[in-house]
Design a protein around this ligand. Structure first.
Ligand SMILES: Nc1ncnc2c1ncn2[C@@H]1O[C@H](COP(=O)(O)OP(=O)(O)OP(=O)(O)O)[C@@H](O)[C@H]1O
Ligand SMILES: [Mg+2]
Length: 311
């Protein structure tokens, strides 16, 4: 269980993280979404114990990260958004080097390297020099490295950035495997739909503040305060318009090619009321389609006014 309490980080003149509160229960895949410069990396580095917060604290299984960093690091793997340079190391040597840092040698090291390279689909590259790997492969190698000490909790900073569509799908498959292994994962992205199908929960950060959090469905519902419903009636269109206009929940109504487009204030309970009212008044409703509020739209809405151009 990861608990972030009132986390704040100030750099000279920049408030990168602003009183952020977050809870990640065990086994959760928590998607951390925000635009460039929103504060994702800063938050993740603080959680990983690599950066000291200005105020606030992070608890991992009740242990304060800044007080007992070594104890916490045993339980956690961190995959940064930037990879360093590798000197003349082959993939298997690279893994052996990091395994050695954890006190894993010999047959155990070979076995672990084998299974981790399998997991990240890099077995065929085990004798290749790290420098010659593609970006996506380096990313997967870095993920394998972060798994060497079998951490329960993984922090992955934009693991899918810069990957081609196929590599993204592969990365998703790997993450699904991690999920089935029971790992708790905090994963960031600036693309919300990318995370929505993979994650159990989502937190949206904007200018250092967590502006929404919860399950994907929950967030969408919370923010779909003004939905659009497309209603088609077999006849009595004028009567339907009249009935709808009398309902206080209807914000706007227009008729496009025989389909009524109704903007409503409120969520699903209001949709139910509208349909009931129409049917109760014997309007022959042929179809009733609430538009799925796109997560992308939600995200734009959440970050409007934020500085999108900062990098
Ligand atoms: N070491 C630093 N010194 C000064 N300012 C910093 C430092 N690191 C980050 N910042 C600032 O903090 C803010 C948040 O940056 P951060 O890297 O956390 O954003 P991010 O959400 O990870 O963005 P991206 O999607 O581009 O990776 C930015 O305004 C950035 O310029
Ligand atoms: Mg970042």
């Amino acid at each position: 269980m990861v608990v972030v309490e009132n986390l704040t980080k100030k750099f000279k003149g920049t408030l990168a993280v602003d009183r952020l509160n977050m809870e990640i229960p065990e086994g959760e895949i928590y998607g951390f979404v925000g635009a460039n410069g929103a504060g994702k990396t800063t938050t993740m580095r603080i959680i990983a114990g690599l950066l000291a917060p200005t105020s606030g604290r992070v608890l991992i299984d009740g242990i304060d990260v800044s007080k007992e960093p070594l104890k916490v690091k045993e339980r956690m793997g961190y995959m940064p958004d930037f990879f360093g340079v590798y000197d003349d190391l082959k993939v298997s040597e690279y893994m052996a080097f990091y395994a050695g840092l954890q006190g894993i040698y010999g047959a155990k090291c070979i076995e672990l390297t084998h299974s981790l390279l399998e997991l990240v689909r890099l077995t065929h590259k085990k004798d290749a020099y790290v420098d010659t790997l593609s970006r996506g492969m380096k990313q997967r190698l870095c993920l394998a490295r972060s798994l060497i000490h079998d951490p329960e909790f993984l922090i992955l900073d934009e693991p899918a950035s810069g990957l081609d569509p196929r590599a993204r799908v592969e990365m998703k498959e790997i993450l699904k495997e991690l999920r089935s292994m029971g790992k708790t994962v905090l994963i960031s992205s600036h693309i919300l739909p990318e995370l929505s199908e993979l994650c159990t929960s989502i937190g949206i950060i904007d200018a250092g503040r967590l502006v929404a959090s919860g399950s994907v469905a929950n967030i969408t519902e919370k923010l779909s305060q003004s939905g659009l419903i497309k209603i088609k009636v077999a006849e009595k269109e004028e009567e339907a318009v009249k009935i709808l206009m009398e309902m206080p929940e209807i914000a706007e109504l227009s008729s496009v090619a025989g389909v009524l487009e109704v903007k409503v204030n409120g969520g699903e309970d209001v949709y139910v009321r509208i349909l009931k009212t129409l049917v109760g008044n014997e309007i022959p409703v042929v179809s009733f389609h609430p538009e799925e509020s796109s997560l992308e739209a939600v995200f734009m809405k959440l970050t409007e006014g934020g500085d999108q151009n900062e990098n």
